[in-house]
Design a protein around this ligand. Structure first.
Ligand code: SER
Length: 902
């Protein structure tokens, strides 16, 4: 049965049983603790926790999932995928254990002709949480499973959570016995390769807190309702129903293996397990990479971007190790699109972008591989020169860390070079790096735990933002926090008094506020909170506003006078000038974005932005620098649109409707169903945005692009000044130009011509100087040659040259003089007082002198010792530098004596 059919039967089964079909969410949901969506239930978490009321009581979906912790297992076992499709059914306080078991069992065992998967019930096993007698009873009663095929397991196996705080509960897993050829008997407890897990039914009923592992976390208490969350591995079912050995050979993955086999010198399944693993890595990772890029991730050095980069690099390396020499990413992405497109249309519609990003990473990594190979060659060479046969762990680690060389590639290259590798040393350094990464992760978790202080306020509902319509609002203080801890009162005295501790971080939460909290690239408003009524006289300056859990606005303040008490009525006011600047910055960003897409086309996808009063920056995906023409076109189109004085309209609509109108949304951002759209000048600019904006585009004022730069592989940044800051910037440039004009004594418009002339004249003058320097040097050489003495059979030039000459000058003179001295044995030694008290010297000999035993590298020592220097070189030329100019004459005398001895 094809994967497509497996998905369809699943959804049909549950829709027929009254479930609402919900599309897969993006693999990126906005939770800093969750790198990627790793289960079907993730998009439903707020329903399980009772934070939001679900619009349906039961649902079913096939969710795109990414799990990378087991990345090293990929291809080695028969069942690990970094990308997989999880089919699930969910009940939000509706049915519970009995119905969940019944629905799963019927789909698995109903005959194929009746819409089921037709599994032999005799081959199915179940596991349950160790004390879940109820589940044991239901498996016997509903499914007729004999007790010997029901195993009880502990927390690590049969108690499910997302690995982070959230909903959790005991679970029951269904396994399929693949038969004795896959290993020993004894059920899942004995062997998870023979008994393969296909479906997990979670009886979601508790909420978990922080913890350290699968079986060590705090259970905070029951959820408001008892829920069901199940997940069936579509690829594993496909593997069984298609009767193939492993998930990589199923219908949607196998085509990638075949694509590689068509160009690799060694085929798939030809007896080399190592090669087969490489094929499977490529097949698995290609799908995952395409899906992640499709959902908006670009390769980078941290977080999701790093995962993607690692996947793409592992593909390229695996291909290289298979002996594939040409670029292969383009074919891989095309194959994934063709296989997966019918289920995931975004892979087709977005193919150009996915393809471009994956291929760019391949090109860049191939360059790195070349650089890494150079480092490898050097390391191998110096290992051999040192008479050793083991490449150090540090070298292997640097190759891995800096150039992305996996250890197996290094091992293989080392073997070819006749070396082995200190693997132990390498692994120790890797372990050290992992320890550091873990410590970082722990630090991040801690930051998250701190947010629990705000939990009660988050639960009590979102802060009302009044700032679209007014700059000052009356509000009630809902909570006060000092250093992250909730307090009833905060007063100015506590800050300045002798006894009281200094208040490092004071935060105030209000029921409503006109102050914008940083989001969508717009930085937070500044303003004031002041007491009214009995609290009159209390005043705090708001320096920052941040959102917690996306809904609660937290004002960071300096208390300047009086006292704030929870429950007080206060007036919160935005600094009007600041807000005016902020709206200019944000609307300006939309204008630049629209202009940029007019000039560069739809591939210039937004990758991030930041705006504050007077300034904006905008990052976008683009390969290569913008041309001067593109840059100035963007600037002109932006300013023409400002000048057109377009009206700015904001409205709310359904997400799908907004997208169909062509509104630009940020990739990877999870938008609610109803969204706010900001429209400037009809079709000119249409974006999903929650920010504050000007009313008419002319209010933005002039926009000046400052420049354009790279901020990582495939991401460019434009920066601009807006409004009065734009004018100030231009005025400064004008003053600069006026200054130049007056120094150059020409009108402004003639400055460029004048500078060009001056540069040209400078070049001519430099050439003149160089000519003269050469002539002087030649004269010096001729002079020196003329002053040659005869010492025994040797013509000797031993001279102090003019001060300021460098070792380079001396070296070229030595060459000239030697050439002019003819075929008699000759020694030339030149020394000078260089810059900063240095004493450079050079000694040269011709072959006739060398035949007499006069070697430059010996003679140079005579000079060196007299001027406190060192020196070395070869028999024909040696040089050095000393520190004692006072010893120059002694040095020359010592050299003469040395030559005389020959
Ligand atoms: N959330 C459970 C899992 O991922 C069942 O869907 O296994």
């Amino acid at each position: 049965m094809q994967t497509h059919e497996i998905r369809k039967r699943f959804l049909d089964h549950f829709v027929n049983a009254g479930h609402t079909e919900v599309p897969s969410a993006s693999v990126i949901l906005d939770d800093p603790n969750l790198l990627f969506v790793n289960a079907g239930m993730v998009q439903f978490v707020p329903f399980f926790l009772g934070q939001r009321t679900p619009p349906y009581a039961t649902a079913t979906s096939v969710q795109k999932c990414i799990r990378t912790p087991d990345i090293d297992e990929v291809g080695i076992t028969t069942r690990h995928n970094t990308f997989f499709q999880m089919a699930g059914n969910f009940s939000f306080g509706d049915y519970f254990k009995r119905r969940a078991i019944e629905l799963a069992w019927t789909l698995l065992t109903n005959p194929v002709s009746e819409g089921g998967y037709g599994f032999d019930p005799e081959r199915l096993w179940a596991t349950v949480f160790y004390d879940d007698d109820e589940a044991v009873g239901l498996w016997q009663e509903v499914a007729g499973l004999p007790s010997e095929r029901i195993q009880r397991r502990g927390m690590a196996d049969n108690y499910w959570s997302m690995g982070i705080p959230g909903p959790c509960g005991p679970c029951s897993e269904i396994y399929y016995d693949r038969g004795p050829e896959y290993g020993i008997e004894g059920g899942p407890e004995a062997n998870e390769d023979r008994y393969i897990e296909i479906w997990n039914l979670v009886f979601m009923q508790n909420e978990r807190g922080e913890g350290t592992s699968k079986d060590d976390f705090e259970i905070l208490g029951p959820l408001p309702r008892k829920n069901i969350d199940t997940g069936m591995g579509v690829e594993r079912i496909a593997c069984l129903l298609q009767n193939v050995d492993n998930v990589y050979e199923t219908d949607l993955v196998r085509p990638v293996i075949d694509t590689v086999a068509a160009v690799a010198p060694r085929g798939y399944g030809q007896g080399s397990h190592t090669d087969d693993v490489r094929y499977r890595i490529i097949a698995d990772h290609s799908r995952t990479a395409a899906i992640i890029i499709g959902d908006g991730v670009t390769p980078g050095n941290e977080g999701r971007g790093y995962v993607l980069r690692r996947l793409l690099r592992r593909i390229i390396r695996a291909a290289k190790l298979l002996g594939v020499d040409q670029p292969i990413m383009s074919e891989l992405m095309t194959t994934v699109r063709d296989a997966m497109g019918p289920s995931y249309p975004e892979l087709v519609t977005d193919f150009d972008r996915i393809h471009r990003i994956a291929v760019a990473e391949e090109t860049a990594f191939n360059r790195t591989l070349v650089a890494g190979s150079r480092l490898f060659d050097e390391a191998a060479q110096s290992t051999k020169t040192a008479g050793k046969s083991v490449l150090s762990g540090t070298d292997a680690f640097t190759l891995h860390d800096t150039y992305g060389f996996p250890i197996d590639l290094t091992l293989e290259m080392a073997a070819e070079a006749g070396l082995s590798v200190d693997e132990l040393g390498f692994r120790e350094l890797m372990a050290e790096q992992r320890r550091r990464a873990k410590a970082d992760a722990a630090a991040r978790k801690h930051a998250h735990a701190d947010l629990s202080a705000y939990r009660e306020l988050v639960d009590s509902g979102p802060t009302e933002f009044t700032g679209f319509n007014e700059l000052s609002s009356e509000a009630k203080i809902l909570g006060i926090f000092v250093d992250g801890k909730r307090v009833p009162v905060v007063s100015h005295h506590a800050r300045s008094g002798n006894e009281a501790p200094a208040l490092d971080r004071v935060e105030i939460v209000l029921d409503r506020t006109p102050l914008y909290a940083e989001s969508g690239g717009q930085i937070a408003d500044i303003g004031t909170i002041s007491g009214t009524g009995t609290g009159g006289g209390a005043k705090a300056a708001v320096t920052d506003v941040q959102k917690i859990a996306k809904t609660l606005f937290v004002h960071r303040v300096n208390v300047e006078s009086g006292e704030f008490v929870e429950g007080d009525t206060v007036t919160a006011a935005v600094d009007a000038k600041w807000r005016h600047g902020a709206t200019q910055g944000h609307s300006g960003t939309h204008m630049v974005h629209a202009a940029l897409r007019q000039v560069l086309g739809p591939n210039a996808v937004q990758a991030g932005s930041l705006n504050r009063p007077g300034y904006l920056r905008f990052d976008f995906n683009w390969q290569g620098a913008l041309s001067e023409q593109q840059r100035s076109d963007i600037e002109l189109i932006t300013n023409e649109a400002v000048e057109a004085d377009y009206a700015v309209n904001t409205f709310h609509t359904q997400l799908e409707k907004a997208k169909s109108m062509g509104a630009m949304a940020l990739f990877g951002e999870a938008y609610p169903e109803e969204v706010r759209v900001v429209e400037i000048g009809g079709p000119f600019s249409l974006e999903l945005c929650g920010g504050t904006h000007v009313h008419n585009s002319a209010q933005i004022g002039p926009v000046t692009l400052l420049g354009e730069s790279s901020v990582g592989s495939g991401v460019r940044r434009v920066e601009a000044y807006v409004g009065l800051d734009s004018f100030k910037h231009l005025a400064k440039e004008r003053a600069l130009l006026a200054g130049l004009a007056s120094s150059l004594k020409v009108p402004s418009e003639e400055v460029p011509g004048r500078v060009a002339t001056l540069v040209e004249r400078l070049k001519v003058a430099e050439r003149e100087v160089e000519k003269m320097r050469l002539a002087t040097a030649r004269a010096a050489a001729a002079n020196a040659a003329a002053g040659a003495e005869t010492v025994g059979r040797v013509r000797l030039v031993a001279q102090r040259m003019s001060a300021g000459m460098t070792a380079n000058d001396l070296r070229s003179l030595v060459g000239d003089i030697r050439a002019g001295l003819g075929s008699e044995p000759a020694v030339i030694a030149l020394i000078a007082e260089g810059d900063n008290g240095s004493v450079p010297y050079v000694v040269g000999t011709n072959t006739q002198a060398q035949d007499l035993g006069l070697r430059a590298n010996d003679l140079v020592k005579a000079l060196a010792s007299a001027v406190d220097g060192r020196g070395g070189g070869k028999a024909d030329l040696a040089q050095g530098s000393g520190k004692n100019p006072g010893g120059i004459e002694t040095a020359l005398a010592a050299l003469r004596a040395e030559v005389a001895r020959s």
